[in-house]
Design a protein. Sequence first.
Length: 398
Amino acid sequence: MELTTVTEATRIILENSIDYGTEYVPFNDAHRRVLAEPLVADRDFPPFDRVTMDGIAIQWQSYANGQRTFLIESTQTAGETQHTLSDSNACIEVMTGAMLPINTDLVIRYEDFTIKDGIVHLNADVRKGQNVHYQGEDRRAGTAIIQPHTLLGPPEIAIAASVGAVHVPVKKLPSVVIITSGDELVAVEQTPLPHQIRSSNVHCIATLLKDYRINVDFVHIPDDLSATQQAIQNALSQYDVLILCGGVSQGKKDFIPKALQAEGVEKYFHKLSQQPGKPFWFGRKNNNVVFALPGNPVSSFVCARRYFIPWLRKSLGIPAMDNIYAALSDDYVYNSPLTYFLQVQLFQEGATLMARPLTGHGSGDFANLIDNQGFLELPKEKNEFKKGEILPIWRYRY
Ligand SMILES: Nc1nc2c(c(=O)[nH]1)N[C@H]1C(S)=C(S)[C@@H](COP(=O)(O)OP(=O)(O)OC[C@H]3O[C@@H](n4cnc5c(N)ncnc54)[C@H](O)[C@@H]3O)O[C@H]1N2
Ligand code: MOO
Ligand SMILES: [Mg+2]
């Protein structure tokens, strides 16, 4: 059977991205959501000529005329309405964050003068316009400060707060269900019998999705064809995206591909020329997109990281691919005509991100993921990779 290449699978998956529209969320709950419309400045940034140092404000012309002592007329603190300097040879004490008083145009720090009997005596040179953050010099009122398709983070939340965007327009997220299959699996809170294991890899994938604020539902189905079909039918009617885990290979109870097709999900590919994750199945039914991942924990994680995340990013309108590269720290040989997702430890050597191979005991060994930070993508066209070779890296830790 012809295997689908990683490149072809990527193309197919990205072609099937879906725009879920826009919704409004509270600005302080918008972290790691994608902005859907421009966020516009309601006022200038900053909104007034802002004092940036505690000290005094004077008029430049008085200093230029040789004035070096200044009578203090008043004190302008942050949060007060704007003062006016009436004698152009005097000064006003000003605090950081205050409006620059009318008739003044520069600020001198306390460190640069002494005060004796209410008179300021300068002991440093001053520059025209110093220590003032001028109205509108950062951004003008009415301009878009944050563009759509921005993944929101701490600075963007501060901008939203500053412009009074109590609710911000963000891209809607798909609803996602993760379906496990396998009679050997028991819930986390149970004690497995000798032939059983706790279901774990779905929690790895669910956690990966939390980076994009997606909270999944979980469904478990026994290894039974009609129960599998019923569960798929229910999931198709209730969720946008189905992520299935396990049951996609050659086993006697690997019913997933058959059940999906019986429920009308069209297969776009099954089996990739990659390792781990070779038996990955992907398809679609109308607006339902289905990722049926291989059950082995490292395989399902590689597929979720390498294919689901780019699909989601494209659906949300942000760049799909990471386009981050690392250099191999040692020669590496992989004797198979498949793309290999090599587990690596990442470290910095000068300006270069380096990747040190640390393989475990195959795609069932998920404990080995703990000691690594990402998967280095070794293309299938080659078997021998040289120290220093630069290759795409799929990080799962930063
Ligand atoms: N004859 C062949 N056998 C297998 C092939 C093959 O090409 N020919 N491919 C192997 C590869 S590669 C993989 S990957 C696995 C994929 O298997 P399935 O997708 O059918 O997954 P299962 O059989 O259900 O389970 C595999 C393995 O993963 C464990 N698993 C499953 N779900 C979970 C979970 N939620 N939490 C933790 N562990 C889970 C399961 O217990 C199995 O050990 O097939 C190979 N076989
Ligand atoms: O994809 Mo299976 O990916 O090797 O364990
Ligand atoms: Mg199987």
